[in-house]
Design a protein around this ligand. Structure first.
Ligand code: UDX
Length: 435
């Protein structure tokens, strides 16, 4: 089966490579010539465990190709996936410029039936717009070519994307014709054979499923952050409460971890976009407004704890930040809690030294030398009065606390934004956690 995937960003590259791994003949398309050139050489522009070897393997097997020219592959492919970006507009709605541009290119150059599938996270109603954009181009050309649109949202977690693709909880496909359903069934056949669930539904429901799933997960996190903050006030331990409620099978134990707020490219954007979609339809998403408000304030909670610990006397103090990426196993810093923390620390006149196993280049690109960067976690704590544990990388798990305590100054404190340490292991460093 021949398919094209437009957009070699995170979603496009992972999906294209995984489809190739499942046996499809895949062409990944991007307008960025430099990126395509690098990909052809096997250079992967993002950090995702095991992606590089999988790309190389499939390029070698002649199942994975890269091009800048979408038009040139349209005669060969049965399905075109659009996995281009949908960045938020100033008002929080998803910007569909790139998605519609792909649709127009397809309409301008297609000569035979194909299914145009949207993989990017797009608001309900986008497939209809994609269909209209393709049809308008066909009309301009004065040709009649049959096509279908479909929606196949992704549920990939950064850092675990390959596993999420290959062993999905479910695949959601929105279609409006039997012909498109049959093609999508063929594409996902290897998954069906392995008993993974592929759920077919109408297109608006598929588009809505993606937003509802991410918004539900974001809601769990903000709910737990609220519970954690209340636990502190009433003398309860949120780690115990989490275990206590997570064992209820109706609740489940995943995504119940309080912390310093959710970040990344999906939750913040999708929650905002769903609030906007609702508003455009005259509906107020009351729960999601609160989810967002809690997350905004939670991103500043580590700084507030620090300020309180030193009774506001923090100007000129040196602090260490462990972890910059919005979560482990990625160099992504979009909406990262670390950025909010660093901003507050700098505004308060603190000196910040940070370390992250992979996201330091990304941080330098964003804020340059406003802070200094350590060679490792130990390097950051020299003369520091506080450590902020922001991203729960595995390599931070078992430090030599004695060495760290010796290097620090005053009455050192560790403020754990991920609740992975315990007061008893810290050898004299004060321990503050979330909840
Ligand atoms: C998410 C969805 O999980 C995925 O299905 C979707 O396709 C894209 O968005 P991702 O943004 O890569 O994936 O990261 P995820 O692992 O879901 O974490 C999101 C944020 O929530 C991170 O900042 C993480 O630290 C935070 N989080 C997660 C918590 O604070 N507590 C939790 O219990 C879980």
């Amino acid at each position: 089966m021949n398919i094209a995937i437009v957009g070699t960003g995170y979603v496009g590259l992972v999906s294209g490579t995984c489809f190739a791994e499942l046996g499809a003949h895949v062409t990944c398309v991007d307008i960025n010539a430099q990126k395509i050139e690098s990909l052809r050489k096997g250079e992967i522009p993002i950090y995702e465990p095991n992606l590089d070897s999988m790309v190389l393997r499939n390029v070698k097997a002649d199942r994975l190709h890269f091009t800048t020219d979408l038009a040139s592959v349209l005669d060969e492919v049965e399905i075109v996936f659009s996995a281009v970006g949908t960045p938020p507009d100033e008002d929080g709605s998803a910007d569909l410029r790139y998605v519609l541009e792909v649709a127009r290119t397809v309409g301008q150059h297609m000569n035979k039936y194909l299914v145009m599938v949207t993989k990017s996270t797009v608001p309900v109603g986008t497939a209809r717009k994609v269909k209209a954009a393709i049809q308008a181009e066909l009309d301009k050309r004065g040709v009649q070519v049959e096509f279908d649109v479909a929606s196949n949202p992704e549920f990939l977690k950064e850092g675990n994307a390959i596993d999420d693709f290959m062993k999905p909880d479910r695949v959601v496909v929105g279609v409006e014709s039997e012909r498109a359903k049959e093609l999508m069934t063929r594409l996902y056949k290897p998954m069906l054979l392995n008993n993974f669930r592929v759920i077919f539904m109408d297109i608006p429901s598929a588009e809505m499923t993606k937003y509802a799933a991410n918004s539900m997960l974001a809601t769990r996190i903000s709910f737990m952050n609220d519970i954690a903050n209340l636990c502190e006030l009433v003398g309860a331990d949120v780690n115990m409460v989490r275990k206590g409620i997570g064992t209820d099978s109706r609740i489940g134990s995943k995504f119940l971890y309080p912390g310093c707020g959710y970040g990344g490219s999906c939750f913040p954007k999708d929650v905002k976009a769903l609030i906007k979609t609702a508003a455009k339809n005259g509906y107020n998403m009351r729960v999601l407004n609160a989810v967002e408000a809690v997350n905004e304030s939670q991103k500043n909670i580590l700084f507030e704890k620090f300020e309180k610990y030193f009774n506001g006397d923090i100007k000129g103090k040196k602090v260490a930040v462990w972890g910059l990426a919005f979560k482990p196993e990625t160099d992504d810093m979009r909406e990262a809690p670390a950025l909010v923390l660093i901003d507050s620390l700098l505004k308060a006149g603190c000196e910040v030294c940070a370390y992250d196993p992979v996201a330091m280049d990304e941080c330098k690109r964003r804020i340059g030398n406003l802070i200094s960067y350590g060679k490792n976690m130990y390097d950051t704590v020299i003369d520091a009065v506080a450590i902020f544990h922001v991203t729960e990388w595995k390599e931070f798990r078992m430090p030599s606390w004695g060495v760290i305590k010796k290097a620090m100054k005053e009455t050192p404190v560790l403020i754990d934004g991920r609740n992975v340490f315990s007061a008893s292991e810290l050898e004299g460093i004060t321990y503050l956690k979330i909840g």
